[in-house]
Write a protein that binds this ligand. Structure first.
Ligand SMILES: O=C(O)CCC(=O)C(=O)O
Length: 305
């Protein structure tokens, strides 16, 4: 169990402190299959691998111009962090536009508009040949190639992935900061029940409202062109775009129980939550918020014993 008490709290000076995600994620230039399996995949420890996809044509090919020239007319769903962001499912876009129009927008200046889980292969099957899955990735899920685009200043709220798969997030253009938290912090990060996201503000935490954050420690890295981050199954992530960025992720199954509970979430829990949202609106969100607070308080009480 990784719960370990944050020293800021012990000193009694927790107010207005930034959240502790100061630990740096391990980085390697390249890694053998055996080392990756033993040091990172089996123990489920995050690692940044700088040249993981160096044999893939995409490594030197995918950038703003490439996407504009090859699929600029494709219609894409665009997300933002506007109203109700904490009570929104992550798969419903707020507006539609052409990919080329979107790329013009993010290169013109800062914007919080993002493409999230944009299904690259559905939009353009030919892209498949640009990616060669490294042999390190066992049980890769071959039909998922999700892209993430964002403008400078865009961010994704703190969440973990609903399908509980292992994620290999690779950046092709620009730079982003990625903050990760171990899945054991689920309650202390105030996950809304029936969802896989949290309402806490990582960059500006409110310790009075969310005292559980005193007990949470995260880790971080910066992802630049060509670099891949291995995010183990169920790890929480929070991503900020430091420049316009283009990345994508591929996935591998996260073990029997993770896969089963992930499928259960996607097939049942998600739809139950959507139904309750429709029926009870803000009241349902209020109920989930209270429940998240209760769970965190219970966890804090256990730690303090
Ligand atoms: O890079 C991004 O914009 C988001 C990535 C992400 O949230 C994910 O892989 O689940």
């Amino acid at each position: 169990m990784i719960l370990d008490i944050c020293p800021l709290f012990i000193n009694g000076s927790q107010k207005n402190m930034p959240l502790d995600f100061t630990k740096k994620i391990d980085e390697v230039e390249e890694i053998s299959i055996a080392d990756f399996q033993e040091k990172y995949f089996k123990p489920q420890i995050p690692v940044k691998i700088k040249n993981f996809l160096k044999d893939s044509p995409a490594f030197n090919k995918w950038d703003i111009e490439f996407f504009k020239n090859t699929m600029g007319d494709t219609k894409v769903g665009v997300f933002d962090n506007g109203e109700n962001v904490l009570d929104r499912p992550n798969n419903i876009a707020t507006e539609q536009m052409s990919l080329s129009g979107y790329l013009d927008l993010i290169t013109a200046g800062p914007t919080n508009k993002r493409l999230f889980l944009f299904d690259l292969l559905k939009a353009n099957k030919a892209l498949k040949k640009d990616i060669i899955f490294p042999k390190h990735v066992k049980k890769a899920i071959p039909f998922t190639l999700f892209a993430f685009f964002g403008g400078k200043g865009a961010y994704t709220r703190l969440h973990r992935d609903a399908d509980n798969s292992n994620v290999f997030l690779t950046e092709f253009y620009g730079e982003k900061r990625v903050v990760l938290f171990n899945p054991a912090y689920d309650n202390l990060l105030y996950r809304y029940p029936y969802t896989v996201h949290s309402g806490i503000d990582i960059d500006n935490p409110d310790y009075e409202k969310h005292p559980g954050l005193n007990f949470v420690k995260g880790e971080h890295t910066y992802l630049k062109k060509g670099e891949t981050l291995f995010i183990p199954a169920k790890y929480w992530h929070y991503i900020t775009y430091l420049s316009p960025g283009i990345g994508f992720s591929f996935r591998s199954l996260g073990g029997f129980w993770n896969t089963f509970s992930g499928l259960f979430h996607v097939a049942i829990v998600y739809h139950f939550d959507m139904l309750m949202r429709k029926m009870f609106g803000k009241k349902w969100f209020g109920f989930k918020t209270k429940k998240a607070l209760k769970r965190a308080n219970k966890e804090i009480a256990k730690i303090k014993v």
